[in-house]
Design a protein around this ligand. Structure first.
Ligand code: NAD
Length: 481
């Protein structure tokens, strides 16, 4: 017999223990070669005063097994509790969130009978790094960070996933008509990597119209890869319109570790009554089995599950008179799936898994790094100033000109207000002044400029150095300037 793969398992709260028992029962009956190690997470741990919801000792199991099957947990009411998902994701570098959104027409009610979309969301970057500031009385800032290696990892993962799962097309959603540098990089990396996969069709959509199309005609999409924020929103939209929120699982994949869970919560009102539908967690466990390279077991479980759904054996949440045949509880549903192991669906499409996508190692990612020639050419100095007379601000700032640096531009919330501003432009207390050098600039010139600005009585709140990379501006231009 093959060696068993240790996996870390958390039974969670509410309906968690029941759906976890059902899931483990099914996959073990299907021949999964696993050795579950149980850890405690969630409500009880939070209420013991551990703000991360997980005992420090539980990390040891996760670091060793590197595979986590997690049932939903209840986050206690009130502040001060950290999201266990965010902690796990950041601690283990789980950069890819994978969420298949499938409709099971005509067996489960759906608005979109032919939907079979996988959303692959970047999980570590974008506005989710949590780097935020209050800069003035009126202005808050959140940093959006998109890196080349981060984009390469997630986009390559999407293409590898498509190839391994016999998917035909990968679509990129982003908004590079507005965020030309950050989303522009994501789009550029997508185009570069797409060339390495000539067997897979590729296309890009601006996220707004792409989302409208996804909500209206999901059958036009196959795999969709996107940065964190769009992915967070659209993976929920896609699961909801498929009609299968209670049936969907998701995977969080990292270079070393991976976490698998249902997308729904702990449904406390349904707990302990043998009512809950274990399908979301079971389909997450199917992804886990593919990940630990047991694709045959994954295929057997998934097809038996499809057949059970097709046979109309449904838990209360998807039961519908006229469509469903038998209303069952959690345990009976699990037994029905086990009874169908070895069978395939007759109307729904059967699945056939192959080995998991190969993981990019750090070395591979770093090898693609191209060093650009970086030259400092100026500085944007941000100011907190509560007056609204732009000409007055310009004249104070112009007095700080000198030593090779000159004021070229002032904007407020990105809109040019000097030179040649319009009095109609609304201004806040958050200003950006742009100083450019005659040629290259050094740090000493910038610190001397800041000193002069400070002496003029203005409050500078942050600076952004302006660099050219290989002679091209590495900062956004301002229209009309
Ligand atoms: P929920 O997903 O638990 O429940 C929403 C609705 O769906 C309820 O009517 C519930 O009865 C039903 N439902 C959900 N899963 C079901 C299943 N498997 N079978 C049958 N019916 C099911 O969302 P909620 O009520 O907003 O949240 C409850 C708790 O879960 C909260 O404490 C929340 O913080 C937590 N939560 C945890 C996770 C997680 O651990 N990943 C995710 C979401 C919510």
């Amino acid at each position: 017999m093959a060696n068993k793969t240790p996996i870390t398992v958390a039974h969670g709260d509410g309906i968690g223990p029941e759906i976890m028992d059902a899931t483990l029962h099914i996959i073990e009956a299907a021949g999964a070669q696993i050795e579950p190690e149980t850890i405690e997470v969630g409500e009880k741990v939070y209420l013991r005063g551990i703000s991360a919801g997980i005992e420090p000792s539980a990390w040891e199991s996760l670091r060793r097994t590197k595979v986590f099957l997690k049932a939903p947990i209840t986050t206690p009411q009130g502040g001060g509790y950290k999201s266990l998902n965010v902690t796990t994701r950041t601690t283990f570098g789980l950069y890819a969130n994978v969420r298949p959104c499938v409709s099971y027409h005509p067996f489960v009610d759906t608005k979109h009978p032919i939907m079979d979309v996988v959303i692959i969301r970047e999980n570590e970057e974008d506005t989710y790094t949590g780097i935020e500031y209050r800069q003035t009385n009126d202005m808050m800032e959140s940093l959006k960070l998109i890196s080349r290696p981060g984009s390469e990892k997630i986009i390559r993962y999407a293409f590898e996933y498509a190839r391994a799962n016999n998917r035909k097309k990968v679509t990129c959603f982003m908004k590079d008509n507005i965020m030309k540098i950050t989303d522009g990089l994501f789009h550029k990396v997508f185009d570069e990597i797409a060339k390495e996969y000539p067997d897979i069709e590729n296309e890009s959509w601006i996220v707004d119209i792409g989302s409208a199309k996804l909500a209206d005609t999901p059958e036009a999409f196959d795999v969709i890869v996107m940065p964190n924020l769009y992915g967070d929103i659209l993976s929920d939209v896609a699961a909801q319109i498929a009609g299968s929120v209670g049936l969907a699982g998701s995977a969080n994949i990292g270079e070393q570790c991976a976490m698998f869970e249902a997308i729904h919560g702990s449904a406390p009102r349904r707990a302990g009554q043998n009512l809950a539908n274990p399908s979301g967690l079971l389909l997450a466990a199917v992804m886990l089995l593919v990940h630990i390279d047991q694709p045959d077991v994954a295929t057997r479980v998934h097809n038996a599950w499809l057949r059970t759904i097709e046979d109309g054996i449904h838990t209360y949440d998807i039961f519908e008179e006229g469509i469903s045949k038998q209303k069952v509880g959690t345990k009976e549903f699990a037994e029905a799936v086990i009874a169908r192991l070895g069978q395939e669906p007759q109307t729904l499409k059967a699945v056939h898994y192959v080995s998991a996508p190969k993981q990019e190692t750090k070395e591979q990612v770093e090898r693609t790094r191209v060093e650009s020639k970086k030259e400092l050419v100026g500085v944007d100095v941000f100011l907190d100033w509560s007056e609204h007379d732009t000409e007055k601000l310009a004249s104070i700032l112009q007095k700080a000109n000198g030593d090779g640096l000159e004021l070229k531009l002032i904007t407020n919330r990105g809109a040019r207000v000097w030179p040649n501003g319009l009095s109609e432009t609304f201004t806040t207390d958050h200003w950006r002044s742009r100083f450019l050098g005659e040629g290259l600039v050094n740090h000493a010139q910038i610190t001397a400029l800041l000193q002069r600005i400070s002496e003029s009585g203005l409050d500078f709140i942050k600076i952004e150095n302006l660099y050219n990379f290989d002679g091209q501006a590495g900062y956004s231009s301002v229209s009309g300037a």
